[in-house]
Design a protein around this ligand. Structure first.
Ligand SMILES: CC(C)(COP(=O)(O)OP(=O)(O)OC[C@H]1O[C@@H](n2cnc3c(N)ncnc32)[C@H](O)[C@@H]1OP(=O)(O)O)[C@@H](O)C(=O)NCCC(=O)NCCS
Length: 168
């Protein structure tokens, strides 16, 4: 009997408005805030497996700086590089958009972001446009750790372009 391997189609791509509801559901499922996501969704990217969005990450532009936010991977799809890939892509998109420094707040992944060059910083050291963002003002609790990546100093990530591939 002939056995045919089933192949998954996976890709990362820029988010489109039709992804918003699924992205918000994913953020809620992993305990991340949805406030401000709609407004920044033009700068979000998603990871898709067999046509289903399984991961998301976004950029919120704040003047000359930006915020990396809403990095979330569905629990069934963790440890398959989705998070790292989308994070590198958002960093690269921020660099191409002329963003100077990228900030983030996290309560759960401060040990993960240094692999992309982020370092811990004082929350109050962020510029006024970042402090005034929804993410910094309303969303994240005061206990969150602030981190920053200087895009002038960071090396250019290697995987950036939207891509389609198959996994058996
Ligand atoms: C953090 C998160 C985005 C990682 O996504 P992922 O696709 O599972 O991660 P990747 O496959 O790209 O990377 C896996 C590696 O990261 C490590 N890792 C995953 N989550 C981590 C965390 N919260 N803290 C430290 N390390 C973590 C894994 O141990 C693994 O390490 P290894 O490369 O040494 O084996 C995902 O766990 C998630 O959605 N968490 C809930 C939401 C969240 O905390 N978001 C970040 C704050 S905005």
């Amino acid at each position: 009997m002939e056995v045919t391997a089933v192949r998954d189609t996976v890709q990362t791509r820029r988010a489109v408005p039709a992804d918003l509801v699924v992205a918000l559901g994913l953020l809620e499922a992993v305990g991340l805030p949805g406030a401000g996501v709609r407004e920044a969704f033009d700068h979000f990217r998603v990871g898709e497996q067999n046509g289903r969005v399984v991961a998301v990450a976004g950029l919120e532009v704040c003047g000359r700086d930006g915020i990396l936010r809403s990095v979330a991977v569905h629990p069934d799809h963790r440890n398959r590089d989705w998070g790292a890939r989308l994070t590198r892509e958002v960093i690269d998109a921020a660099r191409h958009a002329g963003v100077r420094r990228l900030y983030l707040l996290t309560t759960t992944a401060a040990a993960w972001f240094p692999r992309f060059g982020f370092r811990t910083t004082e929350r109050d050291a962020a510029p006024p446009e970042v402090l005034d963002s929804i993410e910094f003002r309303e969303v994240c609790p005061d206990s969150a750790i602030a981190m920053v990546l200087d895009l002038h100093l960071a090396p250019t990530p290697d995987s950036t372009a939207p891509s389609v591939e198959t996994h058996s």
